[in-house]
Each structure stands twice: as structure tokens, then as C-alpha cells.
Design a protein around this ligand. Structure first.
Ligand SMILES: Nc1ncnc2c1ncn2[C@@H]1O[C@H](COP(=O)(O)OP(=O)(O)OP(=O)(O)O)[C@@H](O)[C@H]1O
Length: 250
């Protein structure tokens, strides 16, 4: 089997005596979508925080390709291709939709934000073209000049994903992309996440909506009380007795 693109090995994280993660191993194969599910407090967001660098683990390692990134800051991980969205949207509300995207690209390109204007060079034009492509994928082109804060919640979530996409990640981490979305928004999410994979991205998605998980994921890991309960193909994992017990207590 090919080496995984991202490898999480033996991660432990405690918060004041609470074991949020205990000895977690996860392997993300290149070009796949890996779901992480589990009841509230299972450790899912902490895992994304460890992979993206917002939380330092007590032990264990995170490796991207052949490079260990465990001790890098989030800002150092973005140019390497590890990009995330947040459970609570983090946009620049006062800036336009398109400017939010250009900031996402800047975080990758390590250029000054305002150096993107005016469009002088080929690379600046390319960034604009990539931003447009991300807006198109998320149906945001008609809103490109609107202030991000004026968009309804569902579109703000789409903008967060478009911004992450514009940073051209190798590994995209999505924290509850369906939360707070309408039924239509959730339905639209499924082909969009697949499209990200089809464009060569590898995705880890934390999500409570099992329908979304079953439809998009190639592989699913279930966490419970900070431990890995089971992992495997979505159909078998979601139908397993362990998962029923963890969720329903039956
Ligand atoms: N910064 C923190 N300080 C203290 N405890 C924390 C902190 N972050 C997480 N925890 C605790 O770690 C455990 C795992 O939390 P985490 O948010 O990772 O779970 P989760 O699976 O993402 O939950 P949810 O589905 O509700 O978002 C919980 O007991 C939580 O209270």
C-alpha cells in the first residue's frame, strides 16, 4: 500500500486531567476523504486542532509526507498544504467575499496582502483566476463584492470552504461543514466535498451528519471518550454494534 499523505501516530492530549485524546493513530491516504465521527466530547475537534497546529499534543506525532510537522505553528503548516475550516465561522466580516478568498491565498503564498493589488504579474492573475474558480465551485460568484458579514449563514460556511480551497491545500480539514446548514445546503455539500477530492485534495471531515459522512467518505474513524473505537469503510463502521452502543447507549 502507498505511504499515507498524513500520518497521526500515538497522539495523546490531556486538558487539566481530562483525556481528550488517548493514543490516536490515523492515516489519511492521498486523494481520499476520511471522516471522523463520535458523540459530543469524543475528541474530534481536538484532533483537528492537533493536526492543524492549534493544540500541541502531550505526546505522539503528525507527519505530512516524509516531514514531521508536530511542532510547527498553524501558520507554518498552511504553506505546506494543511488548511482547515472552523466549527464557528472565522471570516473577515468587514471585507468582501473576494477579499476573504485572496487572504486565504496570501496565507499560502507568503506575500503581503496588499501586494495583490493592482494586478501586475502573471502570478497575481493566476491567484485571481484560482479565487474565481473557488467562488464558482461554491456558487459565490454573484456575491463576490458583498461584505462577508452580510451573507446568510449557509453562504458564509460556503465561503469558509471556498477560502480554504483557494489556499490550494494538500490536506483539507473540515470541522462540521453541515452544521447549521439547511437541508438544501447539506445536499449541495456532498458533491462539493467530492469535487475537492476529485481536484486532488485529501480531506479529513469531522461531521455529526451521518448521511453526509456515509455519502462522501472513503474511510471513517469513530472516536469515543478520546479513544479510537473502530475504523474502516463507512457502511460497515456506521452499521457496527460498537457505534450503535456509543451513540445510543443500547
Ligand atoms: N481547551 C480545552 N480546555 C479544557 N478541556 C477541553 C478543551 N478543549 C477540549 N476539551 C475537552 O476535551 C474533550 C474533547 O473535546 P472536543 O471538543 O475535542 O470533542 P468533540 O468530539 O469535538 O465534541 P463536539 O462534537 O461536541 O464538538 C471534552 O471533554 C472537552 O471538554
Amino acid at each position: 500500500m502507498a505511504e499515507p499523505l498524513l500520518k497521526v501516530s500515538g497522539i495523546c492530549k490531556r486538558f487539566q486531567g481530562v483525556e481528550a485524546l488517548g493514543d490516536i493513530d490515523i492515516e489519511l491516504a492521498e486523494g481520499t476523504i476520511h471522516g471522523v465521527v463520535g458523540p459530543n466530547g469524543a475528541g474530534k475537534t481536538t484532533l483537528l486542532n492537533v493536526i492543524s497546529g492549534y493544540v500541541a499534543p502531550n505526546s505522539g506525532s503528525v507527519t505530512l509526507g516524509d516531514r514531521e510537522i508536530t511542532k510547527l505553528t498553524p501558520q507554518q503548516r498552511v504553506p505546506l498544504g494543511v488548511v482547515r475550516t472552523f466549527q464557528n465561522i472565522r471570516l473577515f466580516g468587514g471585507l468582501s467575499v473576494v477579499d476573504n478568498l485572496l487572504i486565504g491565498q496570501h496565507s499560502r503564498a507568503h506575500t503581503g496582502f496588499f501586494s495583490l493589488w493592482p494586478l501586475r504579474t502573471g502570478s497575481e492573475k493566476r491567484l485571481r483566476a484560482e479565487a474565481r474558480e473557488a467562488l464558482e465551485l461554491f456558487d459565490l460568484l454573484p456575491y463576490r463584492k458583498r461584505r462577508a458579514a452580510e451573507l446568510p449563514y449557509g453562504l458564509q460556511k460556503q465561503l469558509e470552504m471556498a477560502r480554504a480551497l483557494a489556499a490550494r491545500p494538500r490536506v483539507l480539514l473540515l470541522d462540521e461543514p453541515a452544521a447549521g446548514m439547511t437541508t438544501d445546503g447539506r445536499a449541495a455539500l456532498v458533491p462539493r466535498i467530492r469535487e475537492l477530492r476529485d481536484r486532488g485534495m485529501s480531506v479529513i471531515v469531522v461531521e455529526h451528519d451521518m448521511d453526509v459522512i456515509a455519502k462522501v467518505c472513503d474511510h471513517v474513524t469513530v472516536l469515543n471518550f478520546g479513544r479510537k473505537l473502530i475504523d474502516g469503510a463507512p457502511a460497515e463502521v456506521l452499521a457496527s454494534d460498537e457505534v450503535r452502543t456509543a451513540y445510543l447507549g443500547t
